[in-house]
Ligand binder design. Structure first.
Ligand SMILES: C[S@@+](CC[C@H](N)C(=O)[O-])C[C@H]1O[C@@H](n2cnc3c(N)ncnc32)[C@H](O)[C@@H]1O
Length: 213
């Protein structure tokens, strides 16, 4: 039987992101100098019908190519308020909605592609969320991810495990997520992975949505 969504943890995630929504972009000004380059690289590859989950304040929107057909979803309505302001400045429509990646409101094979940037660190059950992306993306499609993960070194990884509960409480993100392993646990196959940033903490991952295997 498929795992159930933990509604308490999911509500907590929503509360945390609604709380930091007014400060989110300011909090990330320094990291964004580097992240924006990676966002541009990833999002430029979006084509066809695209589902972006955990859109947040819509930081990726400027990097979609003109004419992109994008649906954006996030669990936190206050993050979406900021995303709507960004979307209004675009010359193509981005359809935004509140929703949970662990239980997507779309039939199977609805999209050519899915995108998520810095999202699976905060989704309570990332494997469930990744399985949902696998379900709604066509077999011929791709899932593009940009995620920070637990650093794969004994001491640094251990320190990340220790301080994770504090970070999670204040900003809603788990700094020790094993997203590469979670992708495999969701039955997905990594086609390409790029290791980026400090101690290769950020991964740019291309996943095949192929459901045959
Ligand atoms: C660290 S922010 C990243 C936002 C944006 N993708 C970016 O790159 O700036 C994580 C986002 O994921 C959203 N999120 C967390 N859990 C979610 C879930 N279960 N379903 C949908 N969105 C979720 C949060 O509300 C938040 O907006």
């Amino acid at each position: 039987m498929d795992k159930q969504i933990d509604s308490n943890l999911t509500a907590q995630t929503k509360t945390r992101y609604n709380r930091i929504a007014p400060y989110y972009d300011v909090m990330e000004i320094i990291t964004e100098r580097t992240f924006s380059r990676w966002r541009r690289q990833l999002v430029a590859r979006a084509k066809g019908t695209v589902l972006e989950v955990g859109v947040g304040t819509g930081k990726n929107f400027p990097y979609y190519q003109k004419g992109a057909d994008v649906k954006g979803l996030d669990i936190a309505d206050k993050m979406l308020l900021h995303a709507r302001l960004r979307a209004a400045k675009l010359d193509f429509p981005v359809h935004l909605m509140e929703g949970d990646v662990q239980s997507l409101p779309f039939p199977e094979n609805s999209f050519d592609m899915a995108i998520a940037t810095f999202v699976f660190c905060s989704v309570p059950d990332p494997v469930l969320g990744l399985k949902e992306l696998r379900r709604v993306v066509k077999s011929s499609g791709e899932i593009l991810l940009l995620e920070h993960v637990r650093i794969d070194r004994p001491v640094t990884g251990f320190i990340m495990d220790i301080i994770n509960p504090v970070i999670l409480h204040f900003i809603g993100a788990n700094i020790n997520r094993r997203t590469v392993e979670n992708i495999g646990m969701a039955g997905l196959h990594i086609q390409k992975i790029e290791h980026l940033g400090f101690m290769k903490m950020v991964k740019m991952i291309t996943v095949k949505a192929d459901k045959a295997s």
